[in-house]
Design a protein around this ligand. Structure first.
Ligand code: SF4
Ligand code: SF4
Length: 210
């Protein structure tokens, strides 16, 4: 289908930042004795929007490698996802629809999944570029575990994944992808379904060959 290829150095550094994420996640999960084993839920139906072209492009690099018939099926699911989520949003409801990349509980693009997919489960903190401090409680199951393990007075000691450095690295890669001209591109707020239906990001900078 449409091809997007990042320069090899950039691709490698995206892989590295994703590996760092997984290590950070595993450390916190290990300290909390938390895992997804036996979970009755699948958080791939959680509503998230994503904000970087670099993650969008990397997702598409994975999507490009799937057989055409499978791509068509996923795109069909993505269009349905978009229509249903628009209906839910119009009712002022938060959409809860299975991600079009999830098939029988499995992520079809596991190696290319996005930061939110990799970090959602455990508690985390992050300072946004504008200085605002964000606190993520983790998924409902991890929140229960924390509640049953820590007294209220012990909450500050709950292990948390620190996402700030990871986000800064992603922002750096994003800026590099766009040759320092990120400010010339629009702000992004897309679901995975929208990223797939829209096609690969239109970037005309030297770190991206199309
Ligand atoms: S992150 Fe939480 S909700 Fe999602 S599968 Fe794992 S345990 Fe279940
Ligand atoms: S990209 Fe994969 S891990 Fe992320 S929500 Fe979709 S199916 Fe789940």
């Amino acid at each position: 289908m449409k091809e997007i290829v990042f320069a090899p150095g950039l691709t490698e550094r995206i892989r590295q930042v994703y590996e760092d994420m997984e290590r950070g996640y595993d450390q916190v999960a290990g300290r909390l004795n938390f895992s997804c084993d036996g979970c009755p839920d699948n958080c791939c139906d959680s509503w998230f929007q994503h904000h970087t072209f670099v993650e969008w492009g990397y997702l598409w690099m994975g999507f490009d490698q799937l057989p055409t018939a499978q791509q068509e099926t996923i795109l069909e699911r993505s269009r349905l996802y978009i229509a249903l989520s628009e209906q839910a949003l119009a009712r002022n409801e938060r959409p809860q629809i299975m991600c079009p990349l999830n098939e029988n509980g499995r992520c079809l693009l596991y190696e290319h999944r996005l930061m939110v997919c990799r970090t959602h489960g455990v508690p985390a903190t992050m300072q946004r570029p504008d200085g605002k401090q964000l606190d993520f409680p983790g998924c409902f199951r991890c929140q229960e575990l924390v509640k049953n393990t820590f007294k209220d007075s012990e909450m500050p000691q709950v292990p948390r994944m620190e996402r700030t450095l990871l986000l800064r690295t992603l922002v750096k890669l994003e800026n590099e992808l766009m040759d320092g001209k990120r400010h010339l591109y629009p702000r992004l707020k897309l679901t995975i379904a929208q990223m797939l239906v829209a096609g690969p990001p239109k970037i005309t900078m030297p770190h991206c060959e199309r």
